[in-house]
Design a protein around this ligand. Structure first.
Ligand code: MTE
Ligand code: MO
Length: 253
């Protein structure tokens, strides 16, 4: 878990204020993993975000009267495959959320089991890079609770979400690091605006990752895997849009 410790060191350093940040940087920069995060071009946004803000802080939550009357769908609004159509037809009775990779106890969680877990409700603003935002209410267990049940191993560094929809034959996918995975507002939402999550918004379950932009919020999640590296998954950049149109892997807001 050395990478996590490095991240904690960066966050703590930022929390101490600018003076301490500058003083502390020399030491953090001596750690090879920190050098990589701070100085590689790919991770520049991530490094800056970590230095300038506390990644454990919460995204704003809103009141019910501030919710958008209409919440559009974007990207895939129905995966449309025969497998997915069959799952919709039987109301996800045979759907199982597979949790695997670097975990002590691989899980296959049913819709009922997921809905029986202690859940969080949050009214948040979704921001899409395409230039629209909407405030909606989301309901579901913290991703951290699911990961704790599975027992993520120390060698894991990222959590990967594989979705039901296909783009040119490849599954939409996304990935996040362990700080975001265990953030309290990172939930597996099966409810939206006091209803069961509908097909347009990612049924039966979609990620809510409130500190990041919309494309990171994977819909139609079928599998969650803890992995040591993003290399070898898709084109290795951590997500569908990251691989194909060069969106940032870390899309912090
Ligand atoms: N599986 C999957 N997840 C996805 C997408 C997608 O096309 N497929 N689009 C992303 C984008 S760009 C946005 S803005 C949000 C849109 O969520 P919504 O349809 O609930 O508005 O989902 C994200 N998650
Ligand atoms: Mo988006």
């Amino acid at each position: 878990m050395s990478s996590l410790i490095t991240r904690r060191a960066l966050v703590t350093t930022a929390a101490l204020g600018t003076g301490a940040l500058l003083a502390g940087c020399d030491r953090v920069a001596d750690i090879p993993a920190a050098r990589k995060i701070l100085f590689s071009g790919e991770k520049l946004n991530l490094g800056l975000q970590r230095a300038l803000s506390n990644r454990h802080s919460l995204a704003p939550e809103y009141r019910a009267d501030q919710m958008s009357p209409f919440f559009r769908t974007n990207g895939t609004s129905n995966p449309g495959t025969p497998d997915y159509a069959a799952m919709v037809a039987d109301k996800f009775a045979n759907w199982r959320l597979k949790v695997g990779g670097l975990v002590a106890r691989p899980l296959a969680i049913s819709h009922q089991q997921l809905m029986a877990m202690p859940a969080r409700t949050q009214i948040t603003r979704h921001d899409c890079v395409e230039g629209w935002s909407a405030i909606g209410k989301w309901h579901g267990p913290m991703l951290g609770s699911v990961l704790k049940a599975a027992g993520v191993k120390d060698s894991a560094r990222y959590i990967v979400f594989t979705c039901a929809d296909l783009y040119s034959g490849a599954n939409y996918y996304e990935s996040i690091d362990l700080i975001d995975a265990f953030h309290p507002q990172t939930i597996l939402a099966w409810g939206m605006n006091d209803q069961l999550l509908d097909v347009g918004h990612g049924a039966p379950v979609r990620l809510r990752l409130e500190r990041q932009l919309g494309y990171k919020h994977a819909k139609y999640v079928m599998a969650i895997d803890a992995v040591p590296t993003l290399a070898g998954i898709g084109r290795g950049k951590g997500g569908y849009w990251e691989d194909n149109v060069d969106y940032d892997w870390y899309a912090g807001i």
